[in-house]
Structures are given as C-alpha cells and as structure tokens.
Design a protein around this ligand. Structure first.
Ligand code: NAP
Length: 295
C-alpha cells in the first residue's frame, strides 16, 4: 500500500472537526499512519477511546505532538495562543503546524510568534460544519465537496502547502490558497454575519412577551426554524469567532444594517419593485449555490 501523506497526525481538540478528520483518516486511508487525539478534558478523550476513531489518546498537548509530522489545532480559536506556547518546544523540525479555525488573521497573530524555525506554519479553514459539537458529532464525509481555504504566510515552502492541500483533497475537499485578511472578510459575510443574525433573531423572539413567545414555539414557520438550527451552534466557538474577526464582522454588519434600513424604507413607502427585486436577487443567489453544488 502507498505511504500515507503523514506518518503521525496530532489533533488538538477532538470535537466535530477534529473527530471528522480522525474518522476520515481511518475510513479513507492514505492520510495518516497514526492519529493522535488530544483534548483538554479526559471525559472527551475517554469518549474518543470508546468510539475508537483515534490510535492514541493523550491529554498533554506537548506529548501529543511529539514525533508528529502534522499537528492540527482543532479547538476554539481563543485557545490557540496558549496551546501554541505549550506545544512549541515539542514540535519536530520539518513538521507542518496547521489548524481548522474559522478566523485566520487571529491565528497568524496568536500562533505565528511561537512557531519554531524549521516548522511549516500553514493556517487553514475547512468550510464545512454542522450545529453539533463534541466527539460524537463528527463523520468521515463532512468535508466532501466542501472548500478548505489555506492561508500560508508569505515565504512558506510551497511543497509543504501542496502536501497539506493533498491531505484535504483526499478527504474530499476542494482547496484554495488565499490571503488571511481576504479570508476573514469573505467568511464575515458568508458565515459570521449569518450566525450573528441568527443569534440576534432568536434573542428577539425569546424577549417577546410570554404569550407571544409561546406562539413562536408552537407555530414556528420554516424561516424561524432554520435560524434556530444555525443558532444552536457552540457558544464558546462563536464567542471566539466574533471576538477574533471583529473588524471584518463589524464592517459587514454595518453594510447589512444599511441594506436592512433600505428595505424598511421600501416597506414603509410601499416600494413594491424594490422588495420584489431583492427577493428575485436572493432567489438567483440560491440557484447559483445549487448549481455550484454548495447546498
Ligand atoms: P467542538 O465540537 O466544540 O470541539 C472543540 C473541541 O476542542 C472540544 O472537544 C473541546 O474540549 C476542545 N477544546 C477546547 N479547549 C481546548 C484546549 N484549550 N485544548 C484542547 N482542546 C480544547 O468544536 P468544532 O466545531 O470541532 O470546532 C473546532 C474548531 O473548528 C474551531 O476553531 C472552529 O472555529 C472551527 N470550525 C468549526 C466549524 C463548525 O461548523 N463547527 C467549521 C469550520 C471550522 P471539551 O471536550 O472539553 O469541550
């Protein structure tokens, strides 16, 4: 059988994304000789051992990365600086240090300073997920047909980038390389702002008077139901994303607020054409996504 891309992959954080990488490595083959799972909680690691999708479970992150030729940070982005400081002395020269975090400039800022010479630092973000979290929630096909964006700092060894791209492609992902700042602006509009709106609309519904709130629950239309699915995501992960993509998210929120005000004005003045035009443009956007197989 052909050599796997990496001999030993260490996953720090073994929830939805870490657990899906481990399962893909097990099910598809060719990705990793050995998969090491590490997590801050022994309870999660015990569950990983029960589920049996990692070869080694190790609570100490420095021990977990020892001897690994690929280390992937898979915890909330707010934990990265501390984790990077703990693992840095144990990273092997020539290893790839990467992550799956939803913000990329913050990862450059928080992890970059700890990366030892000779280690290839390649931040990455699989644009795939669900509203579920924890070791039980992952599945091997999560990344299939989805994009993984890589944001290597200038000067990164292209062979290391190509190797990491191959790793993601073997899990079924399409890959693209881009600048971290560009990544953060794009993700602010396609992911972070929609989550902000979902959390806000759920909060608004929950703030309604008791009687109305009960009716929101009982007669929930599909529009509101879809928002509650998005809003069911992990609070720590989203707190960290919002705080670590502050500028881009606030910029997109300001544009959205302006557009929402324009819609409010159209409704107030009975501007039927404006409303119809907006709905038509949205339908076209949805059709484009379907054509691109991203739905
Ligand atoms: P998750 O299911 O909640 O898993 C995160 C895991 O990290 C948990 O097992 C958690 O441990 C562990 N953890 C927390 N702090 C830690 C620390 N200091 N050291 C080691 N492990 C720690 O979250 P996820 O959805 O997999 O998200 C992980 C990363 O992927 C995040 O950075 C997120 O931005 C990114 N991401 C998420 C999605 C998505 O849709 N979910 C999509 C793309 C990227 P416990 O068991 O103790 O809680």
């Amino acid at each position: 059988m052909a050599e796997p891309i990496f001999n030993r992959v260490a996953l720090l954080g073994i929830g939805l994304i870490g657990g899906s990488i481990a399962r893909a490595a097990r099910e598809f083959g060719g990705l990793a000789g050995t998969v090491v799972a590490s997590d801050r909680s022994q309870k999660s690691l015990d569950r990983v051992a029960e589920l049996g999708f990692a070869d080694v479970c190790e609570i100490d992150p420095a021990k977990a990365v020892t001897g690994a030729d690929c280390v992937i940070l898979c915890s909330p982005v707010g934990t990265y600086a501390e984790l990077a400081a703990r693992i840095a002395p144990a990273l092997a020269p020539g290893a790839i240090l990467t992550d799956v975090g939803s913000t990329k400039q913050s990862v450059m800022r928080d992890v970059g300073p700890f990366v030892p010479a000779g280690v290839h630092f390649i931040p990455a973000h699989p644009i795939a997920g669900t509203e579920f979290s924890g070791p039980d929630s992952g599945f091997a096909t999560l990344f299939q047909g989805r994009w993984t964006l890589l944001t290597p700092p200038p000067g990164t060894d292209p062979a290391a980038v190509a190797k990491l791209e191959k790793f993601w492609q073997l899990m079924g992902a399409q890959t693209a390389v881009m600048d971290a700042a560009h990544h953060d602006r794009v993700l602010a509009i396609v992911s972070h702002l929609p989550h902000l709106i979902a959390f806000t609309i759920c909060g608004t519904a929950d703030d309604l008077a008791d009687e109305t709130r009960q009716e929101v629950m009982e007669f929930s239309a599909s529009g509101f139901r879809d928002f509650t699915r998005i809003a069911a995501s992990d609070p720590v992960m989203w707190r960290d994303i919002f705080l670590n993509n502050r500028e881009a998210l606030l910029e997109m929120l300001a544009r959205f607020t302006e557009d929402a005000q324009a819609m409010a004005r159209a409704i107030r003045w009975g501007d039927a054409n404006y409303i119809e035009d907006k709905v038509n443009r949205s339908r076209k956007l949805r059709q484009n996504l379907i054509d691109l197989k991203q739905v």
